[in-house]
Design a protein around this ligand. Structure first.
Ligand code: PEP
Ligand code: MG
Length: 876
């Protein structure tokens, strides 16, 4: 039979059993501290296995288990020389939850268990402190009634508040023993009234009730929500820790405190903590009294302080990580109540990891594994000054991190105009479309009322490294009157707001920000990460500015250059529109000829920055109608410019309309229908190479990528088009040209037919945005409306547009990888969907044996670190 109860090791009778799965984090660490010889109040842990049985057994604790619990209590009695329920020297215990990972405040705890009308008198006599004894008893009645009997806390709080009001006092500490006596009677009446039973005087009944309640709290609403948000499996269950109570509130030789072994905010190695003399743990946390800096304990309780410092070192040496500690001093005796890895800021996480390598506590590999890649985000962008005052007026999704302030503007043109005047703008739109790209570029930040984490605004903003809050449904935009409303606030165009894309908050006025610093420890961690990773990290980028940033962040190539973004530039959109509106091949070619020099220059600029690194250029992908004018005014402007009638444009717009544009005339289908478009783009790429050669710029080997392929024939045809163009340029410029042709794998059919497709492809790049969309048949633009329901109903654990769906989309990637490489061993494989910057998806890419991931510039450092962790975890 499985062992179900584990005694802390200070009794010396147990083996050094220590597993978080069975004992939970708190239990395992208490056992570990006891084993190290530290002063831990005697106790034991009821394992998570019992929690599992509890739920199988209709939420009942079996008699057998309770017999074992009673046996363990006897052992504690022996050590502490106290007795549970005794009338002269009563043992009191705490009953606390503790799951495998910490779920702070999500489950229940009961303190002072073992007190009743009689033992409280014994406690009073024993401690000669009636006030303390009665205060402890009323705390038990309050906690027990709430946690075990389900009586709302406010019934008791109200009684205390009213009593204090009548007595004319403010603090609980001002209440005397008699006052608590009266309140205890009132509390017991509440219990009688609400449960029709007396508050249990039988200490074993109390114990049994408390254990059941703690197990039950594993499935409380808040615990379930916390687990869902933090991806903690429901089946883990919680352990229950039963431990002798120690008191920090029995006089001036008592204290209680919390401490970190290093500064959790800066990472500096220094004593950091707070304590209160003559207080209980909750007094430190509740903020009713202002705790003192732990350093001052060196004066008030110097022996204990020195003992604590030694313990800090011991624990750090044992756990090899910064610890978060709770302790109590009872009559000059120090007791350790908890230790766990401390939560810390991103900056502290990095400093602590690097310092611990220097202190030879951990290896550089371990240091790389210590830093959560997701938190790097907060270090790469300017962030809000923590100390600044903030007036929050709305909130939405944290779509792209960083903070920005600027004048509210509702139009792309206005954002550009403000930029010209060197003013910051926040572009506020119901949602954005490709047309807004210039405005988004010009703005300092983007706020949308609609759209999820993979909406157009979110994807583009992340690509640009611009802060973005999307899907802020509280804001109601009135374009006509140039204002938006949020609750009682009315914000007009030109007013200044601040958005924080890291938290999704929108604030009134300008909130000061602080700049990122990526030198020192940050760069050290990144150097180690680069040493340990196998996956290459590229970037998705199409502008020189973004490409430069990506290079600074360590991108090793461009994995996706979306050429359509280049088409929206103000100077060229007219030629793009002319090309689309052309009815004849000749007219189309004329328009394309105007675009050619622009495209060529784009590529020259990018090749220059990439300095010999690979560049994947994707040929035109989106449906053509995305480039068409949308408003009457735009139509009129274009009609004038092109010298054709408004009607002519309108009818062409109707012709190009598609019911389902994402599955329509887009991607390589455009290249098949209008080869001249792809021909012009290839010409621009090859001419750019020729130009670079002339200018002695280090040659780039372009990787020309064909989007939305589903059959081998498509790529076969388009590959020969690329070849033909290359041959022509070679001849004209008398140069050698090296290039690759490959395809995106973003349709399930392409994944399945990868073997045929690989015949004509030098590389595959998984376009997981479209691949997720087409595998699930869920529109990437509209999924926001119901994805939450899916996550809440446990249909999806995570948004599949954020973290790769390994079982479906992942399976297709594995199939395509295997079949593609079966055809061509040298086939290069990468991923360029949004998942390329998501640590969990990167771990999958490592397992799937891809060659590289490609992500937006600001995610490059995150991907470098995640790739190293993925490799190190695989090796473990
Ligand atoms: C994709 O579909 O994953 C991709 C990278 O292409 P886009 O997002 O441009 O459709
Ligand atoms: Mg795509």
């Amino acid at each position: 039979m499985d062992k179900l109860i584990y005694r802390f090791n200070n009794q010396g009778s147990q083996s050094s059993f220590n597993s978080k799965n069975i004992l939970g984090g708190k239990g395992a660490n208490l056992a570990q501290m006891a084993k190290l010889g530290l002063p831990v109040p005697p106790g034991f842990t009821i394992s998570t296995k019992v929690c599992e049985d509890f739920y199988k057994n209709n939420k009942k604790i079996s008699k057998k288990i309770f017999q074992q619990v009673k046996k363990e209590i006897k052992i504690i009695e022996k050590i502490s020389k106290k007795k549970f329920g005794d009338l002269s020297n009563p043992l009191l215990v705490s009953v606390r939850s503790g799951s495998k990972v910490s779920m702070p405040g999500m489950m229940d705890t009961i303190l002072n268990l073992g007190l009743n009308d009689k033992t409280v008198i014994a406690l009073k006599n024993k401690t000669s402190n009636g006030r303390f004894a009665k205060d402890s008893y009323r705390r038990l009645i309050q906690m027990y009634s709430n946690v075990v009997l389900g009586i709302e806390s406010y019934f008791f709080e109200e009684l205390i508040d009213n009593y204090k009001l009548t007595k004319g006092v403010i603090q609980d500490t001002e209440l005397e023993e008699d006052d608590w006596d009266g309140l205890i009677n009132n509390f017991k009446e509440v219990v009688k009234e609400k449960t029709r039973k007396n508050f249990p005087q039988d200490v074993n009944e109390q114990l049994q009730g408390a254990i059941s309640a703690v197990f039950s709290s594993w499935n409380s609403k808040r615990a379930k929500t916390y687990r869902r948000i933090n991806s903690i499996p429901d089946h883990w269950g919680t352990a229950v820790n039963i431990q002798t109570m120690v008191f920090g509130n029995m006089g001036d030789d008592c204290a209680t405190g919390v401490a970190f072994t290093r500064n959790p905010s800066t990472g500096k190695k220094e004593v950091f903590g707070e304590y209160l003399i003559n207080a209980q743990g909750e007094d430190v946390v509740a903020g009713t009294r202002t705790p003192k800096n732990l350093l001052s304990m060196n004066k008030s309780m110097s022996k204990i302080f020195q003992q604590l410092k030694k313990i800090f070192n011991l624990l750090e040496n044992k756990y090899k990580d910064m610890q978060d500690i709770e302790f109590t001093v009872e009559n000059n005796q120090l007791w350790m109540l908890q230790t766990r890895s401390g939560k810390r800021t991103a900056r502290a996480a990095i400093k602590i990891a690097v310092d611990m390598v220097q202190e030879k506590l951990i290896s550089s590999k371990e240091a790389v594994l210590r830093v959560d890649p997701n938190i790097l985000d907060t270090l790469l962008h300017p962030t809000l000054d923590e100390k600044a005052e903030k007036k929050i007026i709305a909130s939405g999704l944290p779509a792209s991190p960083g903070a920005a302030s600027g004048k509210v503007t509702f139009s792309t043109d206005e954002a550009e105009r403000l930029k010209e005047q060197q003013q910051n703008a926040i572009l506020v739109r119901v949602e954005t479309s490709p047309e807004d790209i210039n405005g988004m570029h010009a703005a300092s930040g983007i706020l949308t009322a609609r759209g999820g984490m993979t909406s157009h605004a979110a994807v583009i903003a992340r690509g640009m490294g611009k802060p973005c809050v999307s899907g802020s449904s509280e804001i109601k935009i009135d374009y006509e009157n140039k204002l938006f409303k949020s609750g009682n606030y009315v914000i007009k165009a030109g007013e200044i707001i601040t958005i924080d894309g890291g938290s999704g908050k929108v604030m009134l006025g300008k909130v000061p920000t602080v700049k990122p610093d990526m030198s020192g420890d940050f760069s050290k961690i990144m150097t180690w990460a680069d040493k340990y990773r196998k996956l290459k990290v590229r970037t998705n980028s199409e502008t020189p500015a973004d490409t430069k940033i990506a290079r600074e962040f360590g991108a090793e190539g461009i994995g996706l250059c979306r050429t359509e973004h280049m088409f929206f530039d103000e100077k060229r959109i007219i030629s793009v529109r002319q090309m689309i509106l052309s009815k004849t091949l000749e007219d189309r070619k004329k328009a394309l000829a105007k675009l050619l020099p622009y495209q060529r220059n784009d590529f020259i600029e990018i090749f220059k920055i990439m300095n010999g690194l690979p560049v994947t250029v994707r040929l035109l992908d989106p449906p053509l109608h995305e480039f068409l004018p949308k408003t009457d005014k735009d139509i009129e402007d274009i009609a004038k410019e092109l010298n054709i009638s408004n009607q002519n444009i309108k009818s062409r717009i109707i012709e190009l309309h598609e019911q389902n544009p994402m599955l329509g005339h887009r991607g390589c289908r455009l290249g098949i229908s209008f080869p001249e478009i792809y021909q012009m783009q290839c010409q621009a790429i090859f001419e750019a190479l020729a130009e670079c050669k002339k200018k002695k710029i280090k040659p780039v080997i372009p990787e020309i990528m064909i989007p939305l392929v589903s059959t081998a024939s498509e790529i076969k045809i388009l590959r020969s088009l690329v070849k033909k163009t290359a041959e022509e340029i070679k001849k004209i410029h008398s140069i050698k040209i090296k290039y690759y042709v490959g395809t995106m794998i973003e349709l399930p059919r392409a994944a399945l037919r990868a073997k045929d497709i690989a015949k004509y492809a030098d590389f595959f790049s998984f376009g997981t945005n479209d691949l997720t969309q087409t595998t699930f048949g869920i529109s990437r633009d509209d999924s926001g409306k119901f994805l939450n329901d899916y996550v809440e109903n446990n249909i999806f654990y995570e948004d599949p547009f954020v973290s790769i769906d390994e079982r479906g989309v992942g399976e297709l990637i594995k199939i395509a990888t295997e079949r593609g490489r079966m055809q061509k061993k040298s086939l290069k494989l990468g991923i360029c969907g949004e998942h390329g910057g998501d640590p969990a998806s990167i771990e999958f890419c490592e397992k799937a044996k891809l060659n590289y991931v490609s992500c937006s510039p600001y995610r490059v450092p995150i991907a470098r670190l995640a790739a190293a962790q993925a490799y190190l975890k695989k090796k473990k």
